[in-house]
Design a binder for this molecule. Structure first.
Ligand code: SF4
Length: 411
């Protein structure tokens, strides 16, 4: 039996009006309101779109942060019929930023996809919908029904409700009619993706930025953010199982201005279930910047900022997350199929203060890291290692049979 996620997938995140992508969030998701705000879709070549993306350093917003311009140029240079895919499946339970975007501004995402398809001379675009967020899937279908994109046919597919189903190769497997699970990639998607064709595969937020750059222009887009990192990013900011708030934040903003009051003085999980436990001291002086956060050893990933509910022990939350992640593996690679359940048991043993449990966790992370066909084991190891370092006070307390959170609550 698989362990349920300690943070449920949210189908109705609270979306806040933002400065760019979410500027029309209060006006409704309809096409008329969208066109009134953003205007009609311009024509743009692949070179033009890549130049705009490069001018602002647009990285993919699905977690990996790969430069969009490089991806687009690689697909355009493929010399064969290419494919265009938007991954809106958002398998990470603590993330709801793509869900929030699609519920309030679906046409900005679809504009980005349509622009890329036109630029590449592609006649069919694929939209991968989340299997565990029916309201989001319905919102996208309603938006697609409104559109009239000349010479472009839209196809939808629904992802399996599973953490690893949103991984890029898993998405391509789904579209190819095979099980929605990750497989080993021998070449980048941009070179050999769907049916071996050069494939432009990005997540919903990335395509929305592409559309904003084309519709508003680089200069207008760059009014947000910092000189080094223009633009904005979407964050899913959640406390416990309450469902995240989706905020659009100019890059370079102070992290403390984004964090909810419950985060103050406490460790925060940044980057989601494959992310990094981060101390309050680190976040108090950090900015919302993929580059500077990466330099601090805290990758922003898919933009998740998760705070344990008051009274919840972050170490025990980590054990529940690892148990959930162990059950989400496709079970195809040994380190993942056998290593992650063992790691989940070992992390749980740390929460019980069992002697030798920390050493066992260290041993297992070494055995699992770098050995899977996809990033699932490595992401899980990143989470666990960050827990052992950032939550060292909690680890020490549990080893002596008490819990810092319980004490804090009792006092
Ligand atoms: S590492 Fe795990 S999730 Fe990834 S392909 Fe292998 S078994 Fe599947």
């Amino acid at each position: 039996m698989t362990t349920p996620s300690p943070v449920p997938h949210s189908d109705a995140p609270r979306v806040h009006v933002g400065p760019l992508l979410l500027s029309g969030a209060a006006e409704g998701p309809g096409l008329a309101a969208h066109r009134a705000r953003w205007g009609t879709l311009p024509r743009a070549s692949a070179a033009d779109l890549a130049e705009r993306a490069e001018a602002v350093g647009l990285g993919g917003r699905g977690g990996a942060g790969f430069p969009f311009a490089t991806k687009l140029r690689t697909v355009a240079a493929g010399g064969r019929r290419s494919a265009v895919v938007v991954n809106a499946s958002e398998g990470e339970p603590a993330s709801a930023k793509d869900a929030g975007l699609l519920l309030t501004a679906p046409h900005l995402v679809l504009d980005g996809v349509a622009l890329a398809a036109r630029a590449l001379g592609v006649r069919e675009a694929h939209v991968v919908l989340p299997g565990d967020r029916p309201q989001v899937a319905a919102a996208v279908r309603a938006a697609l029904a409104e559109r009239d994109d000349p010479r472009l046919r839209w196809h939808t597919a629904t992802a399996t409700p599973r953490f690893v189903a949103g991984q890029s190769r898993a998405v391509l497997e789904l579209l190819a009619g095979r099980p929605n699970l990750p497989v080993t990639a021998w070449a980048p998607d941009a070179m050999a993706g769907l049916h071996g064709r050069p494939t432009l595969l990005s997540n919903a937020e990335t395509y929305a930025h592409v559309a904003a750059l084309a519709l508003a222009g680089v200069a207008s887009y760059s009014r947000q953010g910092s000189r080094e990192e223009p633009g904005t990013t979407l964050l899913s900011v959640g406390v416990g199982a309450g469902g995240p708030h989706v905020h659009e934040v100019p890059l370079g903003s102070r992290m403390v201005d984004v964090l909810p009051p419950q985060a103050w003085g406490r460790p925060v999980l940044v980057g989601g279930f494959h992310g990094t436990w981060t101390s309050w001291d680190t976040l108090a002086t950090a900015t919302v910047s993929p580059r500077s956060l990466a330099a601090l050893g805290v990758p922003l990933g898919a933009g998740v900022v998760h705070v344990p509910a008051p009274g919840t022990c972050p170490l025990e939350l980590t054990a529940r997350i690892v148990s959930y992640l162990a059950g989400q593996s496709a079970g195809r690679c040994g380190p993942c199929a056998n290593g992650l359940p063992a790691l989940a048991q070992a992390v749980t043993a740390v929460t019980h203060g069992r002697p030798g449990a920390v050493d066992r966790v260290a041993e297992l992370t070494g055995l699992v890291a770098g050995r899977g066909a996809c990033a699932h084991p490595d992401g899980t190891v990143r989470l666990v290692r960050s827990a052992l370092t950032t939550l060292h006070t909690e680890v020490g307390a549990h080893a002596h049979g008490w819990c810092t959170t319980a004490t804090a609550v009792a006092s």
